[in-house]
Design a protein around this ligand. Sequence first.
Ligand code: FE2
Length: 293
Amino acid sequence: MPISIRDLHPEFVGEVEGCDLRRPLSREETRRLEEGIHRSAVLVFHDQDIDDLQQVAFTTGFGPLENQRGVDVTPVEDLRLKTPVSDVSNLGQDNKPLPRDHRIRMFNLGNRLWHTDYSYRAIQAKYSILSGRVVVTEGGNTEFADMRAAYDALDAGTRAEIEDLICEHSLMYSRSKLGLTEFTPEEQVTFKPVRHRLVRTHPATGRKSLFLAAHIGTIVGWPVPEARALLQDLIEHATQPQFVHVHRWRPHDLIMWDNQRTMHRVRRFDETRVRDLRHTAVSGDAPTAPQAA
Ligand SMILES: [Fe+2]
């Protein structure tokens, strides 16, 4: 059956049919999906009962696999998974939910803030792929916001004001919003702020979008309070219901999204229950701005 993509949210979220991710995709199937993600920024696949290596094989069909180290505070020796996927579960190495005050759990609570993955790297990974191996039936939804539609809906004055602004992104900024302010010297090096444009143009489609995330701490050349007030205004604007799609997870759902044109967040759930999602990403091509000297 050839791949077909049905709109769940017009020009933003598409539901893919005719795809079995347990086997390698043909070049034509990969091309069709990439064309789909250029039109819809989010693609949803159902009933994909895959393992970690099948997820990596699917991911690398679109480009190099993004290095997953340095995206959290989990020491290598404490990793639950030994495969090249990122662990987006609420579990420790014993496969039980992490204690409430565990540092890894508290750090991962940053995923509840609106963000885009890897914006804290100078070259942001372009596509994220998230596979739901064990999901919860209440809560734990993932919400996506369309940063192209949000940009288009800005008034002309705001568009002109923000056109050339450069922001600083770091995992330390997003975590400090949750009250996590202590980082080891190594983490401070790994999480050193990077610069990105606030308005970016998609290389494939030419469409402009807002590049927002909880990881932003300031705007270069602006007083911090003024920067944060503007960023808060823009995030409120960009996450109005008309720009947001809510995904309610079913077992073996897989979602692929374009980090360059979306924000997302996970919603609260009962963390005494097991929720085990696995994440991979496709490396990006170029920085959006020069870095600080
Ligand atoms: Fe994320």
